[in-house]
Design a protein around this ligand. Structure first.
Ligand SMILES: *Cc1c(COP(=O)(O)O)cnc(C)c1O
Length: 397
């Protein structure tokens, strides 16, 4: 009988008993709101901001309700105004164009290459044609482009770079943490990311004025002095009446869950990568699948894996995905005309109005499959997944 994989692809590891105990203490205190503190006691959220700023090596950190909010607040605080254009790579997930749209700006979509990186030539062409002053670089599925080149590009053209690090928390490029290459970065703490608080987001920056604007915009009710990783009060005096309150504060309960997981993040990254290596080597050996080599400077987080299906016509990829699903292996295809659970192609974001034709991105996505790598899988599980995908591919070739 054909072997079948039995574990769910959406099962995360449990929240630790220590975090549960801390959450229970917070519940008993009734002080869930970040500004509901007793004198002399920093809130759990403020402590998370300090902890994360230290981990990231950033001066300032603001904890918010989601990664999408962190992106919106970063853009507002960086000076994006309604009608502005924001450069962004066309391969990303719906919250990215959604965040750009939410601040009244317009995304200028940029092509990607075979390795799912932003295409530097098209980026230059789009930047020069538009004169755009902002870029939201989505490090989609954790693929880091040459970050040194991106940072230099933005600096030369005075483009404010914001990094969407939803899939790169814990990753580095040439030894520097993802998120430290531009003006600000946005991270997500949503269940499927690298720290799981259900929902949540973090914004980091070294720019004092941007940090002050972000804190006020996150909804500080002018209680900014209680924040954990903030600039001096004088900086707030200069900006506080010019930044809207967009009510997107994190609460103490979620902060407690994040604080418990952060000290183990680097260890978790290694666990993800051990699983990724088994999958990468295994999939690379399957005739008909192609996996671009990742560059040496890239220390990524293998919390998902992407590959190109080249051995069959792309029209038959849905059949391949269905055959894998019948054997318990959950693959996503990014080439579908209609968006499906957690996938979307740029041309499905109809609310953006006129969408450009990006033939290169469409061609790349037409062969792109994607698979989650939850830590509840063992390396043996990953080896079994490789055998099943190999088998399914053999039957289709
Ligand atoms: C999840 C995600 C986000 C935003 O995260 P939320 O916390 O769900 O708002 C942003 N970008 C990418 C690529 C994501 O996958």
């Amino acid at each position: 009988m054909a072997e079948r994989f039995e574990k769910p692809f959406t099962q995360q590891e449990p929240i630790s008993e220590t975090a549960i105990a801390r959450a229970a203490d917070i519940l008993r205190s009734g002080r869930l709101h970040r500004y509901n503190v007793v004198p002399g006691e920093p809130s759990e959220v403020a402590q998370l901001e300090q902890d994360y700023a230290a981990y990231q090596g950033a001066k300032y950190c603001v904890a918010v309700t989601s990664g999408g909010q962190a992106m919106q607040i970063a853009m507002r605080a960086a000076g994006v105004r309604p009608g502005d254009e924001v450069l962004t790579n066309a391969y990303t997930l719906a919250p990215v164009p959604g965040a750009i749209h939410a601040v009244g700006a317009r995304p200028l979509l940029v092509e990607i290459d075979q390795a799912w990186h932003i295409d530097m030539d098209h980026l230059a062409a789009q930047a020069d044609a538009s004169g755009a002053r902002f870029m939201m670089l989505s490090l989609m599925r954790g693929h880091l482009p040459d970050m040194g080149a991106i940072a230099a590009f933005c600096e030369a053209r005075e483009i404010a770079l914001i990094e969407d690090c939803a899939h790169t928390m814990g990753a580095t490029w040439a030894g520097k943490r993802s998120g430290n290459f531009g003006r600000a970065a946005a991270f997500s703490l949503q269940t499927y990311k690298h720290i799981n608080t259900g929902e949540g987001g973090l914004l980091t920056t070294d720019d004092a004025e941007l940090a002050a604007r972000a804190i006020v915009t996150s909804g500080s009710y002018m209680l900014y002095e209680t924040h954990g990783a903030r600039p001096d009060e004088a900086v707030f005096e200069a900006v506080k009446l010019e930044a809207p309150n967009c009510s997107a504060r994190m609460d103490n309960l979620r902060a407690a869950l994040a604080r418990d997981q952060l000290p183990r993040l680097d260890e978790q990254v290694e666990r993800w990568n051990a699983r990724y290596r088994v999958l990468f080597e295994g999939f690379s050996g399957i005739e008909g699948l192609e996996l671009p080599r990742r560059r040496q400077e890239e220390h990524f987080v293998g919390s998902s894996i992407q590959f190109h299906v080249k051995g069959i016509a792309s029209e038959r990829i849905p059949e391949f995905v269905a055959a894998a699903a019948a054997r318990g292996v959950d693959l996503k295809w990014f080439g579908a005309d209609r968006p499906q659970a957690f996938t979307s192609r740029y041309d499905s974001w109809k609310y953006l109005g006129d969408l450009p034709d990006l033939p290169q991105t469409k061609a790349v996505l037409a062969t792109t499959c994607d698979m989650r790598v939850p830590l509840t899988f063992s390396t043996d599980d990953c080896a079994q997944i490789v055998r099943i995908v190999d088998d399914v591919m053999r039957q289709m070739r």
